[in-house]
Design a protein. Structure first.
Length: 283
């Protein structure tokens, strides 16, 4: 059963897979724009974009009013309900036996949405599983390998000698969300101009929110934001104090205690030997 959908049929899983595939395409195209590489527009399905907007619109208020939490309160008859995590509420909801009427309703709903090509109804707390969602969208081997190849293609013009055991570049899902927001209207087909603008604004706002999290920005994440700033692209405001953005190559030798909250604690250990050259303009 998917945590993102009320029904257990395969329709919701397929829609989420289509959404993740679209997000990967957008992130790869955003990476090409940051690195100034050649790229082509991508086609977006309006139904898939609608699903993304619905996930973004879910909030804490809706989650706190979930049916699972209400049934828990009624069962134990207490004045102050214990604090349940959203994952626990989802498990309680999933474990509840379904009556015959409920099963029939779920089948009719699935048939209706499949016939009308509408997104399956979402669980109230779907937006709070974004760490799982992001891992599925941006954590696949194929996507990480593709982004690493794009970065290495860009570096080939600046790095003359490659270390023998250099690790491939790897990006945080938070950076990938930001990359997906770096597209322009001309980069997307299949949507009206208004829907395209709304999509890019929603992605930009979500990336801005994610950027406030602590301990995620590794060397390559900082490098890409540095490149984006150099190329006149928009970077999230909370990242202005990232070590490599605020101090450049000097940050490689500074005390980690002075790093901002968003920096990964051991990001210097992932920096390649040629890192100073990338920020000093040399080879």
């Amino acid at each position: 059963m998917s945590l993102f959908f009320n029904s257990s049929d395969e329709l919701g899983v397929a829609q989420l897979a289509a959404l993740n595939a679209t997000l990967r395409q957008m992130a790869n195209l955003g990476l090409a724009r940051v690195l100034r590489q050649a790229h082509r527009p991508i086609a977006c399905d309006p139904a898939t974009v609608q699903l993304l907007h619905r996930l973004f619109q879910l909030n804490d208020t809706a989650a706190s009013q979930s049916a699972a939490k209400r049934r828990f309160d009624q069962l134990f008859q207490i004045n102050t309900a214990p604090s349940l995590t959203l994952a626990q509420m989802a498990l309680v909801e999933a474990a509840r036996p379904k009556t015959g009427v409920a099963r029939l309703t779920a089948r009719l709903r699935a048939w209706l949405h499949r016939t009308l090509r509408r997104p399956t109804p979402l669980a109230h707390d779907a937006a709070h599983f974004t760490h799982i969602w992001a891992a599925d969208a941006f954590g696949t081997y194929g996507f990480q390998a593709q982004t690493a190849r794009s970065l290495q293609d860009d570096l080939e013009g600046r790095v003359l000698l490659w270390p023998q055991e250099s690790r491939p570049p790897r990006l945080s899902p938070i950076t990938c969300w930001w990359l997906a927001s770096q597209l322009e209207a001309a980069d997307i087909t299949g949507l009206s101009p208004g829907h395209t603008t709304r999509l890019l604004v929603a992605l930009s706002e979500y990336a801005e929110t994610l950027a406030q999290q602590k301990g995620w920005a590794g060397f390559w994440d900082q490098y890409l934001h540095h490149r984006a700033a150099q190329n006149g692209l928009t970077t999230p405001k909370p990242l202005a104090n990232l070590p490599l953005i605020s101090h450049g190559a000097q940050a490689l030798a500074t005390d980690p205690k002075s790093d901002c909250a968003q920096a990964l604690p051991d990001w210097r250990s992932t920096a390649p030997a040629y890192a100073p050259a990338l920020f000093g303009g040399g080879y």
